[in-house]
Write a protein that binds this ligand. Structure first.
Ligand SMILES: [Zn+2]
Length: 193
């Protein structure tokens, strides 16, 4: 698994693409794309496919592509699962974030002159940190919605912790069944502490 995985999402999961981009992950999303093209891009660019479509998921797995089938549409659940499986960091990094609209890496600035022509006076007076997209020109700041973003990330971290502990309990059960003299069982016990 790459240290900084890249993703491609199906056309039903635009909100997942926006979130992953916010968290700094290179994520492709097309409003309208045929399945075979989606699979081809995933294969050629080594991207993990995220989909709600069971048949698309099966096709991807058949072709040995890394893929995840989203069953629960709640964003915190999806992020928790992506974090557990692919190591997605559930933290916002101001120097490593992408444009939710176009996936381009954003430029961080505290200079009002960089963004003054793009924002209203009230925003300029209220905020000190901005992000500029060098491709589509959009300017972002941590507005009122930022509180919600942090709440969702916190909820995703809690859900991830639960998922991880569930997996560990399952593993422990398996090892207990196989006998405690197994070396793997000991190291699993150690890791779970
Ligand atoms: Zn952009």
């Amino acid at each position: 698994m790459p240290a900084h995985p890249r993703f491609i999402v199906d056309s039903m999961l635009g909100h997942v693409a926006r979130w992953l981009r916010l968290l700094g992950y290179d994520t492709l999303y097309f409003r309208d794309i045929e399945d075979w093209k989606l699979l081809r891009i995933a294969k050629e660019e080594g991207r993990i496919l995220i989909t709600r479509d069971v048949s698309l998921y099966r096709r991807a797995r058949k072709e040995n592509l890394e893929a995840i089938l989203v069953e629960d549409p709640e964003i915190d659940t999806i992020l928790a699962e992506l974090s557990r499986r692919f190591g997605v960091e559930l933290e916002f990094h101001k120097d490593d974030t992408r444009c939710p609209e176009c996936n381009t890496r954003l430029i961080y600035t505290t200079s009002i002159t960089d963004v003054a022509h793009k924002i209203g006076k009230n925003i300029a007076l209220r905020y000190k940190e901005f992000w500029i997209c060098p491709k589509c020109g959009k300017v972002y700041w941590q507005g009122k919605h930022w509180k919600t973003i942090n709440q969702i990330l916190e909820s995703a971290r809690i859900k991830k912790a639960k998922l991880v502990s569930k997996t560990m309990i399952k593993e422990r059960r398996i090892y207990v069944g196989e006998g405690t003299t197994n070396n793997n069982a000991l190291s699993t016990e150690k890791n779970s502490l």
